[in-house]
Design a protein around this ligand. Sequence first.
Ligand SMILES: [Zn+2]
Length: 288
Amino acid sequence: MAGTLQPILSYAKGMGWRGRILTALGFGLATEIFYEVYQHVLKQIGKRKAQKPFCEVRFMNRAIVSGCSPSLVDAKLANISYLISYIDRAQQSISLSMYILTLNDVCDAIIRARNERNVIVRVVCCESMVYNEGSQMRRLDEECFVRFKANSDYLMHHKFCLLDVDWLCAKCLVAEHIQQVGPPTSQQLQQTLFDRAILDDMEGLEKSFGSSCMRCDPTIRKSVSSSVSNPLPEGGCLIVGSSNWTMPALTVHWDNMMFTSFPAMVRPYAVEFQRQWYELSDNEKKSK
Ligand SMILES: [Zn+2]
């Protein structure tokens, strides 16, 4: 090694102190440029990767061998860590529709998103589960950042979460709803509150959801300063499955969870979440 360095050291000695300083500066500059280029390439790869739609299904009591930590505890909690890793990638919004949430660490991740990254958090849950032992819903409510909705008439049994999915204005929401299920008619036997509003209260819908959104006015889409290293794809992603967000459901139960960014999956859930938001928001509406 010393033999290899000898000619370099002799050359450096021969340069004099000015030459040595210039060489050091040049080396420093080259290193800096190389680092910047490397970071840029990494960012571009990350961006390209983030644009690709993905879909992954996990079965909760099936051991995931690849990428598993050697620790048994970590392996058992792998699904919870995976779920948290997604929540930690949200930069704009979290819309959670969940029957039961008891996982403290998951609740922490949601609170972290709100407090540290200014993510808009909306939660819909079932009133029947709010006061259940271990429920984290009260904690979310107490943090005063969640517009918390509950309904005791029927079970709110959904288990899905939307991350960074666009929040639609009334006009876009109705258009997408009609595209998915067809227009409501006054002859319908069972009309939902949302159907009724489409027929005779667009003003009320606009009051709830506004009259423009990123969908119809792209200028609203402000460039989100990337606060996470691996952002979610544009259009966001959906987490859905049979699992409630509880310890047994995510570790030992026969349960499943899907993570996907395919718009054909994400959009219906996004529209349904906004319908829930509207229908569960106002007790007066329910009694009408
Ligand atoms: Zn719109």
